[in-house]
Write a protein that binds this ligand. Sequence first.
Ligand SMILES: [Zn+2]
Ligand SMILES: [Zn+2]
Length: 105
Amino acid sequence: MKVVPIEKNLPHVTSEMQCRNCFKSWVAVYPEKTKALECPGCNEMVNSYGVAVYVNKCKACGREFTVTPHPDDLSQWKNCLSDDCSSYDEKRLVEVKDIESDKGD
Ligand SMILES: [Zn+2]
Ligand SMILES: [Zn+2]
């Protein structure tokens, strides 16, 4: 079991968690801004709903970001793609528009 240092300055949340991956239940205490927690049952990173998430650090802006649900193709998620980050990729929106405009006759 890992010991995680608690940062005293930050407000903490106590919540009853259940992992959707392995169905382990536990009580977690974590800083309010935490986006993902490590499940003590299966060691997956899960969000506050117990859903497995992918956690990565954006190569463009250095911020940590999460992708929910955990994507199969991680090569798509090297950057956060936020609209306030240089990794923002408007091509993804164009793909959505293309699908919507393809209504046939
Ligand atoms: Zn689990
Ligand atoms: Zn970024």
